[in-house]
Design a protein around this ligand. Structure first.
Ligand SMILES: [Zn+2]
Length: 243
């Protein structure tokens, strides 16, 4: 199925600065361009991703937050950092509660996150444990906690009422892809946003790689460039979207 659905409010939940730009920023840019309130939740500061001499985790956190903020702004999104430590993320109840708070605060009709099942998605790649932890916590926050008043009752005292999410978009699903987003008009923005992560790119120009990946996915559904999801419906929306 192809999708031209534009949510009203979308929350993208990922572990590290640059995860969104590598994976799903074409979708974020497309939705933002068409009036969706797009917000990124970046759980860690990505502050161990450097081999540079003299670099400290604190300095690196500052750099990576600034890069991620610029990358979000470039596609019309806002970003919030949760400040968890990079490299040792766990899908704890504390993280789940923090994510429920953010989903309710943004009143997200859509949550976009990774696939918690992706342990070794290819023969040449073990998924970063932080990615799995972030994806697990995000999916577990979406259901059933976000619309349950009796789970995390303290959030209600903080002013965050239970909320219904319509769809969860699982990016890079290991199987069951059922939703392709046509990013042909935003893949350029996606590449520009990725390049803003200068501390990670070094001399590498990601243009070719991103164009290849998105073209390969697009071929399956006759889009020039696409991003692919397994879309989970929690509460079907009857068009037009009504809020
Ligand atoms: Zn990552």
């Amino acid at each position: 199925m192809s999708s031209i659905y534009i949510p009203k409010r979308a929350l993208f939940i990922y572990a590290h600065p640059d995860d969104i730009e590598f994976g799903v920023a074409g979708t974020a840019a497309l939705w933002a361009k068409n009036g969706c309130a797009v917000k990124y939740i970046v759980i860690t500061d990505g502050n161990i991703g450097s081999h540079e001499e003299g670099m400290t985790t604190q300095k690196l956190a500052e750099i990576r937050r600034a890069e991620q903020t610029a990358a979000a702004e470039h596609v019309g999104a806002t970003v919030k950092f949760l400040g968890y430590d990079d490299g040792v993320l766990q899908p704890t109840l504390e993280l789940r509660r923090d994510l429920v708070r953010e989903i309710r605060a943004h009143r997200a009709s859509v949550v976009v996150c990774g696939d918690p099942r992706a342990f070794f998605p290819r023969d040449t790649y073990i998924n970063h444990p932080d990615h799995r932890a972030a994806a697990t916590a995000a999916v577990e926050a979406c259901f059933p906690a976000t619309n349950s008043p009796l789970i995390f009752p303290e959030l209600i005292n903080e002013g965050f009422a239970p909320h219904d999410i319509n769809y969860v978009y699982i990016s890079h699903p290991i199987d069951g892809a059922n939703c392709y987003v046509d990013i042909s008009e935003t893949v350029g923005l996606k590449i520009e946003a990725l390049k803003l992560h200068k501390s990670q790119m070094g001399d590498w120009d990601p243009t070719e790689r991103i164009l290849e990946w998105s073209a390969e996915i697009g071929r399956k559904v006759d889009f020039k460039h696409a991003e692919r999801y397994r879309r989970i419906t929690l509460k079907e929306l009857l068009p037009p979207e009504d809020e």
